[in-house]
Design a protein around this ligand. Structure first.
Ligand SMILES: [Zn+2]
Length: 171
């Protein structure tokens, strides 16, 4: 007997970025972020990098890295392995012939409606200032612990600072 598992299709999550751009997170990536959320107070944070492409004023997250044994993790912190992340960025760039780029960072919080901590803000600004970036901005995603897949905090990080980006809900 063949048992077919029907997975409900998750709509693309859309967020309004400044400078007339939209951020799109495709269904398998939003599911991956959701599945890596902290479901109990004792869980360590998860995190990684965001990879994707830009086409027609749409920034699309197409891949993320998930935690590995070489990351440093705790209830309130996540520090990814820099060497591994750089290797993944280089591989994605080469395999896609320069189309897939580093877009930013993601990590989880044990908060239903996640907000960046002061340390999060200073760290992502430091990453922005110290990295050679393909874009003149970075994205920062924080995944909350709630039951809704779209409950993400999205930050747009640029020279002028960090701006939170609202979700676009299709009516
Ligand atoms: Zn944080």
């Amino acid at each position: 007997m063949i048992v077919r598992c029907v997975v409900a299709k998750i709509p693309i999550l859309r967020y309004q970025l400044p400078i007339n751009l939209e951020l799109h997170i495709v269904d398998d990536i939003s599911l991956e972020l959701y599945e890596n959320r902290q479901t109990s107070a004792g869980d360590s944070e998860s995190g990684g990098i965001l990879l994707g492409s830009i086409y027609d004023e749409i920034v699309r997250v197409e891949a993320i890295s998930i935690p590995s044994g070489s990351d440093v993790r705790g209830i309130n912190y996540f520090q990814r392995d820099k060497t591994r992340a750089q290797r993944l960025i280089n591989q994605a760039y080469e395999y896609s012939h320069g189309i897939t780029n580093y877009l930013g960072e993601w990590h989880t919080h044990y908060q239903e409606y996640p907000q960046p901590s002061q340390l999060d803000s200073s760290e992502i600004l430091k990453t922005f200032k110290n990295s050679i970036l393909p874009l003149n901005y970075l994205l920062d995603i924080i995944v909350g612990c709630g039951d809704h897949i779209g409950d993400l905090w999205i930050g747009f990080v640029a020279e002028r600072g960090i701006e939170p980006c609202p979700r676009i809900i299709d009516l």
